[in-house]
Unconditional design. Structure first.
Length: 217
């Protein structure tokens, strides 16, 4: 029998994303997040409204969504309690966050120039999505307080993939058996197990889902 519960967070399980943005002084910022989902070549992400990444995204209107593999968990965790905000906001201070300017350096990751946006890519991430901002929405409405987060609708304008992830003979198809994303569930890291079953949806050619146009900057 089910019972009513009230977890503090509802991070049921989503892919980890390293979002890279451009600071006001032109230097790169990098932050881990896991509130993201895709539909076609658009993506919706959720960020704290006052966070450094959110402010960079609002100002620059572009970013890169870098998807780490499960083998990169150590690199990702080095960024867990760091913020680009200086001074560190009080609520983050209370959780043990500290300011660090060089996120790429401390995580041991490499900044790589993008092709369509100013924000840098993470060279070690097997999948990298250059994106532009389309719309912003306040998120987390409640009757007793103002929303503390924002939902950003992004349009992917360029995608890069490690060739080892591609299906042989199909240069635009990522093989799910080769792609091992890093997942976040209730603030803990997980990988994926093998395929459980062949979905009936897999009988539909993947090309049938391709948008008519998506690459225009």
């Amino acid at each position: 029998m089910h019972i009513a519960v009230e977890p503090s967070i509802l991070y049921i399980g989503t892919p980890v994303v390293l979002i890279s943005t451009r600071n006001a002084d032109g230097t790169p910022n990098l932050a881990p997040m896991s509130s993201a989902w895709w539909l076609g070549w658009n993506c919706m992400i959720g960020l704290g409204a006052k966070g450094h990444s959110a402010q960079n995204l609002l100002r620059e209107r572009e970013c890169v969504l870098n998807l780490p593999s499960d083998a990169m968990v150590g690199h990702v965790d080095r960024l867990a309690k760091l913020t680009g905000s200086d001074p560190v906001p009080p609520h983050k201070q209370a959780m043990g966050y500290r300011h660090h300017k060089n996120k790429f350096g401390i995580s041991g990751l490499t900044a790589h120039t993008s092709e369509s946006v100013q924000a840098m890519r993470v060279a070690e991430c097997p999948l990298q999505m250059e994106a532009v901002l389309e719309q912003v929405h306040d998120f987390g409405h409640r009757p007793d307080k103002a929303p503390g987060a924002r939902a950003f609708e992004l349009r992917i304008v360029r995608m890069h993939a490690d060739p080892s992830l591609l299906t042989p003979g199909k240069p635009n198809h990522i093989d799910p058996d080769r792609w091992r994303p890093l997942m976040m569930s209730f603030c803990r890291f997980y990988g994926l197990s093998g395929e459980l079953s062949h979905s009936t949806l897999a009988s539909i050619p993947e090309e049938a889902y391709r948008p008519a146009t998506h690459m225009t900057r």
